[in-house]
Design a protein around this ligand. Structure first.
Ligand code: PMV
Length: 308
């Protein structure tokens, strides 16, 4: 039994989304996790995830290991005993790990769906999403739930914490270049640091979050009404607010500036920050040259993706 899940990228509103403000995210179909569940004659449940160097039997993993907890939570939700054994689970992924592309949530979603097929049961998307969210808490501490939502539905999502994600239509397709700094993006740490700064100066941080909230609203309206070129300026503003929140880095700023210098309409970091990815809004015909400029500025990888 096989299942796949895409990566994701946040367009606007990261961090502020943890404080109840809206954020927009899109699936990134160019990268994905593939999970295969097979019978095997050996006793036990064997998990192979070469990308994270994991080759282990389920029982040997701590109960709060994200992959183990997906399996345990799923079987308890389905009210089934965990399979007695004779199972091999192969997890392949082209999503960079800990880079803000949602690799953890994609593993959860693909694994849940492959196992549900294997036991010949079904779960609604909402149930898949809820289960994946439980596991996100192990990765991130206090996640907003945006990753699991956009990956479960594999559609652009306008997201407010605690509410079901709203799908929105894309009035006119637009092109995004994603640039990976190659630096680890410790989302949990960045979220914790923002929390400490917010506690120290709540008035200033609430004001920043309110500005970002407006940015997300304007972004949604611009995308829906087929005016994606309006996103460039607010992308730049969103990046400036993320810098103020302390979650950018020299590497991210370098890639953002290189993208702008190469003709991007706007650029910002995306996700938890510190490392991980940035995004640039480009005219389709400029995508390759902006991607090259981002690589020359030190990116380890770029992905060009069309949002439609
Ligand atoms: O680093 P990512 O792409 O997993 O995104 C983190 C987004 C935050 O808003 C910083 C945290 C969250 O849980 O929404």
């Amino acid at each position: 039994m096989k299942s796949s899940a895409p990566g994701k990228i946040i367009l606007f509103g990261e961090h502020a989304v943890v404080y109840g403000r809206p954020a927009l995210a899109i699936p990134v179909m160019q990268v994905q996790v593939d999970v295969e569940v097979l019978d095997t004659s050996r006793a036990g449940i064997f998990i192979n995830a070469p990308k994270i160097n994991l080759h282990a039997e389920l029982d040997a993993l701590p109960a709060d290991h994200p992959i183990a907890s997906v399996i345990h939570n799923l079987f308890s939700t389905l009210d089934l005993p965990a399979p007695a054994g004779g199972l091999e689970i192969n997890i392949e992924s082209t999503i960079p790990v800990a880079a803000g592309l949602g690799s953890g949530a994609a593993v959860s979603v693909a694994l849940i769906r492959a196992l549900v097929l294997y036991v010949e049961r079904s779960l609604s998307d909402e149930q898949v999403n809820n289960l994946a969210y439980e596991v996100e808490k192990l990765h991130h501490g206090t996640p907003s739930g945006i990753d699991n939502t956009v990956i479960t539905y594999a559609k652009p999502v306008y997201f407010i914490k605690g509410k079901p994600g709203e799908r929105f239509k894309v009035g006119k397709p637009f092109t995004i270049v994603i640039g990976d700094t190659g630096m680890p993006a410790p989302t949990k740490e960045a979220v914790g640091d923002v929390r400490r700064l917010w506690l120290k100066d709540p008035i200033r941080f609430e004001a920043i979050f309110n500005e970002i909230s407006q940015i997300s609203l304007i972004a949604r309206r611009s995308i829906e009404s087929g005016m994606p070129e309006m996103l460039g300026e607010i992308m730049d503003h969103n990046h400036a607010f993320l810098q103020e929140m302390s979650v950018s880095s020299i590497e991210l700023d370098r890639l953002v500036n290189a993208a702008r210098d190469a003709g991007a309409i706007g650029a910002k970091l995306s996700g938890g920050g510190r490392g991980g990815n940035m995004i640039a809004l480009v005219k389709k015909e400029d995508a390759e040259s902006v991607a090259q400029a981002i690589m020359s500025a030190g990116a380890k990888q770029t992905i060009i993706t069309e949002v439609s």
